[in-house]
Design a protein around this ligand. Structure first.
Ligand SMILES: [Zn+2]
Ligand SMILES: [Zn+2]
Length: 153
């Protein structure tokens, strides 16, 4: 009997499939969302949803040469696939031993136990859940949505 917990392999893929990475962990226990204006632009959403992984547990599988990194004057860094624009992991400028991982790229399902929220003072009003009208199991037909968004042909 081993006291070692089984390591799970997590794989990440960008939107176009050119960039692949993987890391091994017993589980993704902690995640965070950052509500700052920079993470909002970088993610295109109210917050990002990310985690940090030790760089030594992380490996690029393919497409690393397609990655470009934008660094703002403030030091804020965004790496992305140049074919499809997906955000991709990057090593923290302040600590290269830590990889930032955007959770949306991970293919396996997982349930983080814990969540941190950063920059909640910058949170937009639309970050909170609003009245739910309808839930669709799958992507609805655009024609069915025209009334919701007041689009008239
Ligand atoms: Zn891509
Ligand atoms: Zn942020």
């Amino acid at each position: 009997m081993s006291a070692m917990k089984e390591q799970q392999k997590y794989t990440g893929v960008c939107l176009c499939g050119a960039v692949h990475f993987e890391f091994h962990l017993t589980k993704i226990k902690m995640m965070y969302r950052c509500y700052c204006s920079l993470c909002r632009k970088q993610s295109g959403a109210a917050s990002n949803a990310s985690t940090f992984v030790q760089a030594e547990l992380f490996q690029w599988q393919q497409g690393e040469q397609l990655i470009q990194t934008y660094v703002k004057d403030t030091g804020f860094t965004s790496s992305f696939c140049t074919k499809c624009g997906s955000p991709v992991p990057n090593a923290l400028a302040i600590n290269q031993k830590v990889m930032w991982i955007p959770l949306g790229l991970i293919q396996e399902d997982f349930i983080p136990e814990l969540e941190l929220n950063f920059c909640v003072n910058s949170k937009t009003s639309w970050a909170e859940t609003h009245q739910k009208l309808s839930e669709f199991d799958e992507l609805p037909n655009m024609l069915d949505l025209e009334n919701y968004f007041e689009i008239n042909n």
